[in-house]
Design a protein around this ligand. Sequence first.
Ligand code: SF4
Length: 464
Amino acid sequence: MFLSVFDIFKIGVGPSSSHTMGPMLAAARFLEALRAARQREPGSAPPVRIAASLHGSLAFTGKGHATDRAVVLGLLGYRPETLDPEEAGRREAALRETRLIEVPGLGPLAFDPDEDVVFDYGPPLPGHANGMVLRSFDAAGNLHLSETYYSIGGGFVLTERELSHASLKGSDAEVSRPYPFANAAEMLAMGEASGLGIAAMKRENETAGGDSALDTRLDHLWSVMDACIERGLSTDGTLPGGLKVRRRARAIHQALLAERGGNTIQPHAVNDWLSVYAMAVNEENAAGGRVVTAPTNGAAGVVPAVIRYYRDHCVGASRQGIRDFLLTSAAVGGIIKSNASISGAEVGCQGEVGSAAAMAAAGLCAALGGSNAQIENAAEIALEHHLGMTCDPARGLVQVPCIERNGLGAIKAVAAASLALRGDGVHIVPLDACIETMRQTGIDMSVKYKETSTGGLAVNLPEC
Ligand code: SF4
């Protein structure tokens, strides 16, 4: 299985990769399935109506994550990476008037955005905590086509059949890769045998499929992350969803800028810089803005914050260092996704912010010249100290505890990279053992703490 750096880091929109981007993609895929069915059987009764049902975590926290709206936008033909929010808003408003979706190649289909997305609070579907079913009906009301989709985290979507065949395919799955490491031990062994760093091996894997514009695409990825930080640092206001969470990144950033060069600055202010970069991203995410999954939307602030810290605060930072950072982070993210999970609905927040911190620690360690062993150590330290972390977002919104949690994840990532760089890479717990521990801990974790908002902070916050 090969997961590209562009599978791990996907440009999309907030507030959630699994609950917003995934369902949007699933709805868009259903339209493709409908078109394919019409081409296969042009003489059969055509579909005239569509409906969707959300199950498991998609039902329990779907309202806070705007999952119903994501389904609507997917059925309107939008995809997260190209969504124009203003145009989408206008078309959504028109749909609420007409209750008809014009689908090229299929004609008008009845769809009521208020009635035809059902939140099913019964047992989750068997394949994954984030399940959804899309159905079409003919003019007589008979079922025309039904497809089950699972949004398995990070914006990845699989049909029931794909999931049962374990066909988690990344980009160009059939291309042979020179360094096909499936876990951290193999990654270290291949590095030892080849004499290459992790970023160099990942680079060769990426370009084996003929990607001659890798650096340009990596630079674009970083530019979208950085633009997200900048928007977050320059925007005030209250986040949507009803919790009345105020955006704080702009004010904190202004205060940090004002303190610069003064004699009252404390050494620990560096933590505030890391936090404010991460919070800027996650405030944008909570507002439904343009973000890069890293590896999810809920954890989208950690990697950009640590890259920005590297670029603006570390001696000797370079553009090439940022590319190596992204490649190394993606190598670690791919290993975690393949061997455990990056989905909060599957393993709790250890899989989201914990994975992001491991990726950022590895990336920073690489950019600062760490050896492969030190990079593996950095990722392990960061992940180990997120083990057991639950997902209990208040009101199902990706705001509390998510926004601050990304700041703390970034701080832990830098601490982990720094500790690893002060050692020689020799350590007790291998990264693979830590990833397996996360997987097992996720299995044992009560469903209350896996993005259902039925336990933890989600039920203990006083009403406001
Ligand atoms: S608590 Fe963590 S896993 Fe849950 S929504 Fe927030 S960031 Fe995602």
